[in-house]
Design a protein around this ligand. Structure first.
Ligand code: NI
Length: 171
């Protein structure tokens, strides 16, 4: 396994639209393993292939407290949705920024797992939010895209400040 490099906002490659996986072969399985490792080390609760500059419809998630419930979604499609919830979201590609985003409360998603087997999953609460957040990545969308122009402006200032502070630490 290997830890993959994560792309950071506003990297334009994060805007790439991912292609469906035709066949879950060894390459895809290795990608899934590497993505899990990268997510756990980061640490994060979800990671989309887009974020590691691989433009395939592959997502890994683990919202469990003990990090023992890995969930892989390949070619995910939301087939039902219900209700609305607001949740504070963060993203490994937008470090240290947390903002409230509105999402569907519950979603039913159809996908393949890392063995290529199809499954359907009903998700609510954090898992539902995470699935919607990660699926956005696959179409080049980031959670900050939901913010008002004013909030986005403030966020960009904060990101610049964080980057400058990092430079100082590095130099
Ligand atoms: Ni994200």
């Amino acid at each position: 396994m290997a830890i993959l490099d994560i792309l950071y906002y506003p990297d334009k490659r994060l805007r790439t639209i991912a292609k469906p996986v035709a066949k879950v072969n060894d390459n895809v399985k290795k990608l899934v393993d590497d993505m899990f490792e990268t997510m756990y080390v980061a640490p994060g609760i979800g990671l989309a292939a887009t974020q590691v500059n691989v433009h395939k419809q592959v997502i890994v998630i683990d919202v469990s407290e003990n990090k023992d419930q890995p969930l892989c979604l390949i070619n995910p499609v939301i087939i039902a949705e219900e209700g609305i919830q607001s949740c504070d979201e963060g993203c490994l590609s937008v470090p240290e920024i947390y903002e409230t985003v509105q999402r569907f409360e519950k979603v039913t998603v159809k996908a393949m797992d890392q063995n290529g087997d199809e499954f359907t999953l009903q998700a609510d609460e954090m898992l539902s939010v995470c699935i919607q957040h990660e699926m956005d990545h696959l179409v080049g969308k980031l959670f900050v895209d939901y913010l008002s122009p004013l909030k986005l402006q403030r966020l960009k200032k904060r990101l610049l400040k964080n980057m400058r502070e990092e430079d100082r630490v590095a130099s």
